[in-house]
Write a protein that binds this ligand. Sequence first.
Ligand code: SIN
Length: 485
Amino acid sequence: MQHLNDQKLLKHASYINGCWHYCVNEIAILNPATGEEIAKVCNAGVTETELAIQSAKKALKAWSAKSANERSTLLRNWFDLMMANQDDLGRILTSEQGKPLAEAKGEVAYGASFIEWFAEEGKRIYGDTIPASSGDKRIVVIKQPIGVVAAITPWNFPNAMIARKAAAALAAGCTFVVRPATQTPLSALAMAELAERAGIPAGVFNVVVGDDARGMGKILTEHKDIAKFTFTGSTEVGKSLISQCATTVKKVSMELGGNAPFIVFDDADIDAAVAGALVSKYRNAGQTCVCTNRILVQENVLAEFTEKFIEAVKALSIGNGLDEDVTVGPMITAQAVKEVRKLIDESISQGAELTFGDYDLSIGENFLAPIVLSKVTNDMPVAHYEIFGPVAPIISFQDESEAITIANDTEFGLAAYFYSRDIGRVWRVAEGLDFGMVGINEGLISNAAAPFGGMKQSGNGREGSKYGLDDYLEIKYLCMGGLDK
Ligand code: SIN
């Protein structure tokens, strides 16, 4: 681990009820760029998870009783501390996850922006009064915190995915237990240290780190004291967690896999489309649920787009995210590289062409060079499956209706993008795409003020924005009768 300005941000144990919880067994945390061990973290399990749930339960009464303004002040302190420590948090993030340092610092600011947003939005949890059917009655609707929230978060955004969930939960008056991905717990623990410094009371924000994914997942989904479960990760794992939550009829929100189409119409600004595709495809080495998975290009601009896109991809620089000027870091594991290579190989055997990229790049087993594939069809593995790697498959289409049909031909429905300057087409395509988020002439859509979430098998619920609070609130209807006596 590189030297930090504040070495105390590097923590080695779970954070439960305001204490660092040490145990005997440890997990080694590796830098995916070098394979070097950067830290050891105590390996907690179901016992510590139970302890965290009980401390969140105990803290709930006092936290939910605080005024929205009091909670807002503490969340704002947390935001300020995250931003004041952006450089250290970025270094920790790059060291454990691999993304380039500039991108890691961007993620820290992105994560913090949810805390800032919800610190304000928590003051606007409004109810309703509704005209009743008779004069002696009144109908009033109030919103209350749902209770203890459990979360499981992924390795691809070790800071922002926690911040996005915790900020909304805490602003709504809920308490929170998170199990971060085993590969990337250091960002989560640094956030806990800053939450404590911000004055967030013991038991309100708990982080349990352990490699018993099944055991800890079971308790977080089936425990009767947890009212709501939230997950970001693969659709396959999400489905099994949803079924576990069914045993106690928990409210769930799921941010699952994607298969984003990126459509370039012949009336688009091609240079803008190239820039948008580049950022949307290669952000975090393609390991993002909203990353472009398939580039659909109208046939009469295919040659121009492909040539310009390859020129832009040539300018990317792959390497250790801590090195200056690197724009594409390693993938998370060698196994992840193998899985993406398999998708490439199978697609090539079905007729796809490797148009650009150093397939045999030899800087380390966790690295895969940015690759561009042409002559792809929507039934090939690179188009059918979520790639989660730096591979850009290009598919051609004839007209608008074919583009929409190909784009929607997937079980996923998270993000989609398209480039066009025709206002009629912009509305038709935006409304015709079966995706929860649509970037129009824009490749980067993530924003704390906007509702992030998907349709179909990409999940349910929304994170960020005013809609993101609803996932952590119960709606209660009060019927007041006998008022004319
Ligand atoms: C994700 O990959 O799920 C998160 C991406 C984002 O928030 O932009």
